[in-house]
Ligand binder design. Structure first.
Ligand code: FES
Ligand SMILES: [Fe+2]
Length: 360
């Protein structure tokens, strides 16, 4: 399987990367080392020394360069070897590693691994996470033993909350709710509207704490290839959205390998949400429990059941709730195919003039 490469992917939270400390993470199947230079600028490069292939992340940052732990070659932030401590000190032309553009936005570190120009304006809009908005932010990270598309399907089809998260995030009367898919320029949005349902625990905590029925919504936006923003909440039956009782759920998937995924989840609660520190802790714990103890085992097991088979070859049964997930898969297939076609066209364009020159 190929990944969409011309896209921004989240590496980690901004504060994970420290001045002078190498941090290693595998993204799109490639091991990458990150660190910050003395002035705080983040750096990303291939985590494999071109000499004997030791992970450069095992080495140390010396000033603004990274020194391999094995024989001491030093690389600058562009991936060029700038010091060979051996022999006459000559630097072989092949002594370089790939480097990648990184950008910090919304408290997150983003990386661009495509061949096209990295444009920070293409980072999905998560301004709700920015300082000064008054939203209360809490989040976490999970390592998933599944392909990112399986996790994406989980997020785009929230009909599973009735079964997998019953009592926490969902409730029984939600079954059969209309799931409406809305086309967007950069993906789709799947909206579920669930009037007069028993209130799931996490929403009772945020809203009235009286256990009485509510109207509930889950509107999940997908921004290709792997960023999601959920608008979810409750209000009184027949009422309107209030200043509290809802939150934004930021869900961001970064493929690690074909069968593993970095999963970042963040909740942004509106300023009128008044939770005591204990209830705030309860909210965080409930969400993490749902993702870690309910979603993760399910989807990791789903990946094991699928193994290396092609998803479509298994002829999955399709239900009405699958419109969003199927659209996501088809869109990703098209994006990957288009990138491949452009790559081949670029290769052919390079090969053609040189062939013509050879025959001249
Ligand atoms: S393996 Fe890195 S310098 Fe030898
Ligand atoms: Fe879930």
């Amino acid at each position: 399987m190929a990944f969409v490469r011309n896209a921004w992917y989240v590496v980690c939270t901004q504060d994970t990367i420290k001045i002078g400390e190498p941090f290693s993470r595998q993204i799109l199947g490639e091991k990458i080392v990150f660190y910050r230079k003395q002035d705080g600028t983040p750096v990303a490069m291939q985590d494999r020394c071109p000499h004997r292939f030791i992970p450069l992340s095992m080495g140390k940052v010396v000033g603004d360069v990274l020194e391999c732990a094995y024989h001491g070659l030093q690389f600058d932030c562009s991936g060029s070897c700038v010091k060979n401590p051996h022999g006459d000190g000559r630097i072989p032309a092949a002594a370089r590693v790939a480097s990648y553009p990184v950008h910090e936005k919304h408290g997150l570190m983003w990386i661009w691994m495509g061949e096209k120009q990295a444009d920070p304006a293409r980072i999905p809009d998560y301004s709700v996470l920015d300082e000064g908005t008054g939203f209360s932010i809490s989040g976490g990270y999970l390592h998933m033993a599944c392909n990112y598309e399986l996790m994406g399907e989980n997020l785009l089809d929230l009909s599973h909350i009735t079964y997998l998260h019953d009592g926490y995030l969902g409730s029984p009367e939600q079954v059969g709710a209309d799931q409406v898919m809305v086309e967007k320029a950069d993906g789709v949005q799947c909206n579920r509207w669930m009037p007069n349902v028993s209130v799931p625990g996490i929403f009772d905590l945020l809203y009235r704490r009286d256990g009485q029925p509510v109207d509930m919504w889950t509107n999940m936006r997908w921004m290709a290839p792997s960023c999601f923003l959920l608008d979810t909440g409750v209000h009184a039956v027949g009422g309107e959205r209030e200043g509290h009782g809802w939150y934004y759920g930021v869900h961001i998937l970064t493929p690690e390998t074909e069968n593993t995924t970095h999963y970042h989840f963040i909740a942004a609660m509106p300023p009128d949400t008044k939770l005591s520190p204990e209830d705030d802790e309860k909210f965080r714990t409930l969400r993490r429990y749902a993702f870690e103890m309910q979603d993760k085992p399910m989807i990791d097991m789903q990946q094991q059941a699928i193994g290396d088979a092609n998803f479509w070859d298994l002829k999955p049964v399709l239900l009405s709730v699958d419109a969003g997930p199927v659209r996501m898969r088809r869109t990703l297939e098209k994006m990957v195919a288009q990138e491949q076609a452009e790559r081949e066209a670029a290769k052919a364009a390079v090969a053609k003039p040189s062939r013509e020159a050879a025959h001249a």
